[in-house]
Design a protein around this ligand. Structure first.
Ligand SMILES: Nc1ncnc2c1ncn2[C@@H]1O[C@H](COP(=O)(O)OP(=O)(O)OP(=O)(O)O)[C@@H](O)[C@H]1O
Ligand SMILES: [Mg+2]
Length: 355
């Protein structure tokens, strides 16, 4: 879990408003983005997850206008890129300049095989018109930053996947971006290498104050590095928030996947209850009060709790002996304590727990 989380004080650095993208071909139409409102705040690592075809790559490509949205707006670092894009297909100079402030890392690295590592990192600087000496100095610094100083003269074919992605990251940082976009940057890598590339992204986020918007299909990635996350389905964002907010949202699908609190009832004659702790309720010892006040044996089947700004938030699945009717009073007590209480399973409906 990252410790340096953004606060509500942080200003938005990426904002999409009612973003739509419809791909049209002669015989069909695909709505890849169906009104996406997304806010990524300065200095956070923001993860977008969702099934294949949900629109994740389309979204990230629209954020830097590699793909032109059908409608809606994209603002990055206070500039409306959609307005800069104009009508022609060729990106105007103002858009190209704005794009220099947005780095992009790709799943398959997209390195030029005929160029050395150093020359790959220099490429965007060449395009920006940075002079030869300054270019090579900056590229060396960047390679140092990603831990590849000794590979400057190597060719991409001589590198491992993780090393190639480090080159991709160094290249993405060449224009000194405020924002780094990453589309499945680690999905071609093994778990160990994935971890080291994620650590690098998080270090860069902290050291450089870089805002990172990353697309992934792996929940572990979100868990390891993200401050906030959004879930996309069918071209829409169906859930979003800081990891802490999601965790405190009853029924959040993302929170369920990030922090499963599985656990099955021990026998047929019991009631399984999901509790969501948030606000003041999380600071009081409600479970022990419950046990003491009603003299019930409470079993904790699973829990995912986080301490956030001195408060505990999270979810817990508990089991109470007896049927639902026998537990109306204790359940009422939990609700009175300000907890969100959902019945996961009862003796009559054990299947509900296997959601
Ligand atoms: N250039 C294109 N032309 C037509 N349809 C497209 C194009 N690019 C994407 N699509 C369609 O838009 C939808 C969203 O695609 P997108 O690539 O954004 O999904 P994704 O969430 O990134 O999926 P994955 O996890 O497989 O990468 C899909 O139905 C896809 O077929
Ligand atoms: Mg994709």
């Amino acid at each position: 879990m990252p410790t340096a989380r953004p606060t509500t004080m942080d200003s938005p650095v990426i904002t999409t408003t009612d973003l739509r993208k419809v791909y049209r071909s002669r015989d069909r139409e695909v709505t890849a983005l169906d009104g996406v409102d997304l806010t990524v705040r300065e200095g956070e690592v923001y993860g977008v997850v969702g099934r294949s075809g949900a629109g994740k790559s389309t979204l990230i490509r629209c954020v830097n206008l590699l793909e032109r949205p059908t409608s809606g707006t994209v603002e990055v670092a206070g500039r409306d890129l959609t307005a800069l894009a104009g009508r022609s297909d060729r990106a105007p100079a103002a858009l190209r300049a704005a794009r220099a402030g947005i780095g992009m890392v790709f799943q398959h690295f997209n390195l030029l095989s005929s160029r050395t590592v150093q020359d790959n990192v220099e490429l965007p600087l060449e395009i920006l018109g940075v002079s030869g000496r300054e270019r090579s100095r900056r590229a060396r610094d960047l390679l140092d930053l990603v831990g590849l100083s000794d590979k400057a003269g190597a060719y991409p074919a001589q590198l491992s996947g993780g090393q190639k992605q480090r080159v991709g990251i160094a290249r993405a940082l060449a224009g000194k971006p405020k924002v780094l976009l990453s589309d499945e940057a680690t999905s071609a890598l093994d778990p160990e290498t994935t971890r080291s590339v994620l650590e690098l992204l998080r270090d860069l986020n902290r050291q450089l104050g870089l805002t990172v918007l990353l697309i992934t299909h792996e929940m572990d990635v979100v868990k390891a590095v993200c401050d906030s996350a959004a879930l996309m389905k069918g071209g829409r964002v169906v859930e979003s928030g800081t990891v802490a907010e999601l965790l405190a949202t009853p029924g959040s699908e993302l929170a369920d996947e990030l922090f499963p609190v599985g656990g099955l009832p021990s026998g047929p004659d019991s009631t399984v209850v999901d509790l969501t702790f948030h606000g003041d309720s999380a600071t009081r010892p409600v479970i022990s009060q419950l046990a003491r006040t009603y003299n019930v044996d409470v079993s904790i089947l699973g829990a995912a709790m986080e301490t956030f700004e001195g408060r505990q938030i999270g979810r817990m699945r508990i089991e109470l002996p007896g049927r639902f009717e026998d537990n109306v009073v204790p359940i009422g007590f939990l609700r009175e304590q300000g907890l969100q209480v959902d019945i996961a399973a009862t003796a009559e409906q054990p299947a509900a727990v296997a959601r």
